[in-house]
Design a protein around this ligand. Sequence first.
Ligand code: PEP
Length: 274
Amino acid sequence: MERREIEQLVRAHMGQKLEAEGKRAYIVAANWKMNMSAKETRAFLRELCDTKVPEYLDIIIFPPFPYLPDAQKMLRYETVTYGAQDVAEQDKGAYTGEVSAAMLADCGCSYVLAGHSERRAYYGETSDIVARKASKALEYGVVPVICIGETLEERRSGAYKEVLKGQIEAAAKVCKEKPAQCIIAYEPVWAIGTGVIPTIKEIEETHRYIHDVLAAGRDAGDCSRILYGGSVNANNVKEIASVPHVDGFLIGGAGLKVESFKNIIKQLSLDGCL
Ligand code: PEP
């Protein structure tokens, strides 16, 4: 059995155990984007592995492709997991520069990001492309973290619910057989890397909306987990964690320095905070 499959079984079991205890499992994921060197990657992972992490936190690192083998080697016997930042929509063939889901599985990736707003904005990834990428990942046992989010104009004009609905429905088509194995990351584009975050009320209202769209026509509990992303740091993470339907975080800037990432973990580890 592959490490990823064992992890999935352990996580499913842990999820049930936590649920029985009235607790929730949280994901804390760092997307490094096109940052870090091999040396920085190793130093970060070494220090992270020495950090005490409570059982209800799943820590995921998304390094650039070239450092996946470092993660594979260093995290082999660790509870910290890792994934890639993108995946090809095709299986294999003449697609220069692309990386397939099978290759990610070979590198031991448990997760992959699909449709981060930077991919949507700079590389023209539509919701259909994102859905095909997520579907390919699932085929190879890699959990897709499907990113959705509205721009500032869409938020201001009030069109954001329609925009999110379109993105969610494209994702939901892929996840319908395996909702528990798909993760949605809600990242308002205007909050990414800006230091501006929605109000708690806005986060609550939007996560509830996403949950309701995902849950339509399903049994209660049969829903993908929903992460929040956008200018999360050690000062705001605890408050956001208490919002209903926030099941974890996708972190950019504050996940690049091991100290700030550890501070976020520390905030979420404080007794009684979750
Ligand atoms: C991101 O890019 O996914 C992100 C959430 O970035 P930041 O935390 O820096 O806003």
